[in-house]
Write a protein that binds this ligand. Structure first.
Ligand code: 5GP
Ligand code: MG
Length: 186
């Protein structure tokens, strides 16, 4: 069905188990923040489009009261697989002040995407600000933007991956596991 896929890096069951763990841990940490600060509103800010599958699974492993405020960022114009920097598309939620905010993205690569959204959210003085990514690329050099993810599902080698929300040229987001594409057309 997907002849372009060369190999699976992380299978469905492994992803599900890890997302379950992350959801429980993040929920416990957020509840501790609520108890500590007295601020009781929790907002997840998924970065579209890549994080949609991850966030859909993650929130169903978090048995706490929360809301969603999505943001859209474009980072890979056309077919390029090189990080070109990040640009906000459209609006960022404007009501994050005094709330516990968790920014959610699919993958941390150069750090530009997460860095941009963290800065825009921080300007609103949230009660707390954390970041969660499913994947974190192990780079040889430093990140272009030094942002650390508070929660990362898996560390992966510096390879271009697709599936579970991640695309190549808009496709493969529905492939249920994390995979690497063939270099040449099949
Ligand atoms: P950064 O801004 O950290 O360089 O990159 C983060 C964004 O670039 C992610 O939200 C994702 O959309 C995209 N990205 C980075 N690495 C990959 C990859 O290996 N595969 C895919 N499909 N997208 C990636
Ligand atoms: Mg993305």
């Amino acid at each position: 069905m997907f002849p372009e896929i060369e190999r699976v890096l992380i299978d469905q069951a492994t992803i599900a188990a890890r997302v379950h763990e992350l959801g429980e841990r993040i929920a416990a940490d957020l509840l501790a923040d609520v108890a500590r600060t007295g601020h009781d509103q929790i907002v997840l800010v998924p970065i579209l489009t890549g994080s949609i599958v991850f966030v859909a699974d993650l929130i169903r492993q978090m048995p706490i009261k929360l809301s969603l405020g999505v943001v859209a960022v474009s980072s890979y114009p056309g077919q390029s697989i090189q990080s070109k920097g990040a640009a906000l598309r459209g609006e960022i939620p404007r009501d994050l002040g005094g709330k516990h905010v968790l920014i959610v993205d699919d993958i941390l690569d150069s750090g530009r995407t997460l860095g941009l959204i963290c800065d825009l959210v921080a300007e609103q003085s949230p009660a707390s600000l954390r970041t969660a990514v499913l994947l974190r690329k192990l780079l040889h050099g430093p990140r272009a933007v030094e942002v650390a993810a508070d929660y990362a599902g898996f560390d992966i080698p510096d390879e271009f991956v697709v599936g579970y929300g991640l695309d190549f040229d808009g496709y493969f987001r529905n492939y249920p596991q994390i995979a690497v594409l063939r270099r040449e057309a099949p």
